[in-house]
Design a protein around this ligand. Structure first.
Ligand code: NAD
Length: 246
């Protein structure tokens, strides 16, 4: 319960799914957490959790990110979790869809890191965790054209950052989950029509025969956030129930 004692964390997309679960796990391990999201209503449900402060933040808004960096203390831990899953092939992806995915999935992380890294360097170090996916440079998943491209960019960016700042105490790692139960996954499965068939298809591509849970991902994120992973940087860690091993 004290693996993150004395540390501060900032989490994006913290109102639901893996971001929210990571906030709860960070706080349970003794961190003080600033939980941010665009969804004020869902964010409010975190406001009473001991150790957690909430703040509205749209990670596609450069001015809002700059304001956060000016007001908040530089964190020891930055978990960039925000991302959007576009469904479809290149033929379904017009330029607006491409730009939206790259803005939310990639440029948002650049914005957050550029704004917060100077303070982290002044503090003498920290850990940045970027949410990628196994659908990226790891595997080509069906109907994940711009999503896969954007998450591959997250991995490349993470590795470049890790190299540039390895000697200055800030570590950068990416997390690459397979299919994980989350509110947006539920929504995507319902949007595709026949819910049971769609769900079965998502489950069937997981060799373990089940989806992952946000808690399983949070265990990895806590490890990467903590000093237990002090010797690890620039890695894209796959946690996918064996999907990429088939
Ligand atoms: P989710 O998609 O259910 O929730 C995403 C959260 O992001 C929501 O609370 C939403 O309000 C917030 N958000 C949306 N736009 C935002 C913006 N502009 N600024 C700030 N917040 C914003 O949660 P999830 O499924 O756990 O996904 C979280 C991350 O994990 C995403 O980057 C996603 O691509 C990635 N991921 C998900 C899966 C999966 O199967 N669920 C697998 C691999 C990777």
């Amino acid at each position: 319960t004290d693996r993150l004692k004395g540390k501060t964390a900032i989490v994006t997309a913290a109102a639901q799914g893996m971001g929210r679960t990571a906030v709860l796990a960070f706080a349970a391990e003794g961190a003080r957490v600033l939980a941010t999201d665009v969804n004020a209503e869902r964010l409010a449900a975190l406001a009473d959790v001991p150790g957690v402060t909430t703040r509205l933040l749209d990670v596609t808004d450069g001015a809002a990110v700059a304001a956060l960096a000016a007001e908040a203390e530089a964190p020891d831990i930055l978990f960039n979790c925000a991302g959007f899953v576009h469904h479809g092939t290149v033929l379904d992806c017009d330029e607006a869809a491409w730009d939206f995915s790259f803005d939310l999935n990639v440029k948002s992380m650049y914005r957050m890191i550029r704004a917060l890294l100077p303070g982290m360097l002044d503090n003498g170090g920290g850990s940045v965790i970027n949410m990628a996916s196994v659908a990226s440079s790891v595997i080509g998943a069906p109907n994940r054209f711009v999503y896969g491209a954007s998450k591959a960019a997250v991995i490349g960016m993470t590795k470049a950052l890790a190299t540039d700042f390895v000697a200055r105490g800030v570590r950068f790692n990416a997390v690459c989950p397979g299919t994980v139960e989350s509110p947006s996954l539920e929504g995507r499965m319902r949007a595709l029509g026949d819910y049971e068939t769609t769900r079965a298809a998502f489950v069937n591509r997981q060799p373990m025969g089940r989806l992952g849970t946000a808690e399983e991902i949070a265990h990895l994120v806590v490890y990467l956030a903590s000093d237990e992973s002090a010797f690890m940087t620039g890695q894209a860690i796959v946690i996918d129930g064996g999907w990429s091993n088939t």
